[in-house]
Design a protein around this ligand. Structure first.
Ligand code: HEM
Length: 141
């Protein structure tokens, strides 16, 4: 999958650090493509049935919010954090029991989504997948 990035996203955001992973990986179109692929995999691949079942029937709100969360997390625009003051990984996920299996499903689906979108630089994209995978696996009990 190729994602066209015609504009330099950091240029449109004064004060942004163009070296932040968000910008270096291609900005919002790339983060949106990764999250859409992630939720497509979750909806379509039976390997993620348990993870899918934890989520609301309509994944549209997550398709909208996860790329915005990851944007801020990766050094880009912080709109999600400004819209959700005080919300963090712990408070978001508190209502859910996350088994090692579902945590592993999250990690695997995200790493597959990043690999499928294949942003450049490839080493940075791979590193982001590894960090997110470690984070997800660390949440499993
Ligand atoms: C153990 C792995 C994980 C599981 C099982 C999991 C599961 C979930 C579920 C069930 C929801 C609620 C979705 C809904 O209501 O439809 C959620 C929300 C969310 N998750 Fe995760 N999650 C995991 C890891 C992560 C990671 C690693 C991140 C980010 C780095 C993340 C970011 C978010 C965000 C930002 C939301 C809420 C967005 C919002 O309400 O605006 N999750 N997660």
């Amino acid at each position: 999958m190729t994602v066209e990035t015609e504009t330099k996203p950091a240029a449109a955001n004064p004060g942004a650090n163009p070296n932040a992973p968000f910008y270096r990986l291609g900005g919002a179109p790339v983060f949106e493509a990764i999250c859409n692929r992630f939720y497509d995999l979750m909806e379509q691949d039976p390997a993620y049935t348990e993870l899918r079942a934890m989520h609301a029937p309509d994944l549209a709100p997550m398709r909208e919010s996860l790329p915005k969360f990851l944007a801020g997390w990766a050094g880009g625009p912080r709109d999600w954090f400004e819209a959700n003051p005080g919300r963090c990984m712990m408070s978001i996920h508190k209502p859910f029991t996350m088994s090692r299996e579902t945590a592993g499903q999250w990690a695997e689906a995200m790493q597959r989504a990043i690999a499928d979108v294949a942003p450049e630089p490839a080493d940075m994209a791979k590193a982001m997948g590894e960090v997110l995978g470690d984070m997800a696996r660390g949440m499993g009990r």
